[in-house]
Write a new protein. Structure first.
Length: 284
């Protein structure tokens, strides 16, 4: 992970983030997951585990790259907490029924590798729930990028909801439900507390929002207070299913086959089962 040192440094204050404390936001995430209660689940990038115990599952595991963050996680039994890399999960194929991550993908080197790893450890028919703060228009990313990079210089760019949808589909996942969630709050002071940022950084952020493009301020419903900011933080919610039983290697063979016939761009969003059937028809 790009910013593991940062998270180790802020482990004691991480939960000061407004959205990390918000019960309604947590309840809405759990509701969107639509779990049955019998799932074996994995929370990737579990951090302090602030909502891990709210999911209705039979068994929850947690993984994070920061030992200091895991020390703060009290909602999962210690025997099911692992220190590891989201881009190389230390689990066997087809292990979990449900995998969840929240604001994980902004902190990894390769977003597609993290998603492919989550898919790999899912059982066929299992679901991954990706929740990432996002922007409506790609040009809107400039302001939030500036904010987070004042304390995390290597933070990935904010993406659009459509970008995350494409990421899931390109990883061979079938999207079952998706939404753009609007989370409105007064957030700057709490964010400063949670990150350990200086008052100088706070002034710079206030200045950037005061002078942000009009379209951005309208979409985000920005309101500048004396020393704080109220605005909408948009979140991309995507629940996607692992269909079929092909390994990534076998799917690679299919990709090469369809590419050789100039068909890959047409069929790449199809399920594994559909790709196998179509390849058989073309060969036969």
């Amino acid at each position: 992970m790009k910013t593991d040192n940062h998270f180790s440094e802020v482990a004691d204050t991480w939960n000061n983030k407004v959205w990390a404390q918000d019960k309604k936001f947590a309840d809405d995430i759990v509701k969107f997951s639509a779990l049955k209660g019998n799932e074996k689940a994995l929370y990737v990038g579990v951090g302090t585990g602030e909502i891990a115990d709210k999911f209705n599952v039979a068994e929850m595991w947690g993984l994070d790259e920061s030992p200091e963050m895991l020390e703060q996680c009290k909602s999962i039994d210690r025997s099911r907490l692992l220190c590891g890399d989201a881009e190389s999960l230390p689990f066997l194929d087809n292990t979990f029924d449900f995998v969840f991550c929240r604001n994980l993908l902004k902190h990894v080197y390769e977003e597609h590798l993290a998603v492919e790893e989550m898919k790999r450890v899912l059982k066929p028919g299992g679901k991954v729930f990706i929740a990432e703060s996002c922007v409506i228009d790609e040009w809107d990313a400039q302001i939030p990028n500036f904010v987070v990079r004042t304390v995390e210089p290597y933070h990935n760019s904010f993406r659009t909801h459509r970008w995350y949808e494409t990421l899931c589909r390109d990883s061979g996942l079938k999207i079952r439900s998706e939404a753009i969630y609007e989370y409105k709050s007064v957030w700057l002071s709490k964010w400063i507390e949670s990150t350990g940022a200086s008052e100088e950084i706070k002034k710079r952020i206030l200045f950037s929002y005061k002078h942000a493009p009009t379209d951005f301020r309208i979409r985000q419903e920005v309101k500048i207070m004396d020393d704080d900011i109220e605005s909408i933080i948009f979140w991309s919610f995507i629940v996607a299913e692992k269909t079929g039983v092909l390994s990534d290697k076998d799917r690679g063979y299919l990709k090469d086959f369809f590419t050789s016939m100039n068909l890959w761009e047409t069929v790449k969003h199809e399920s594994d089962d559909s790709l196998v059937k179509l390849a058989g028809e073309l060969i036969g």
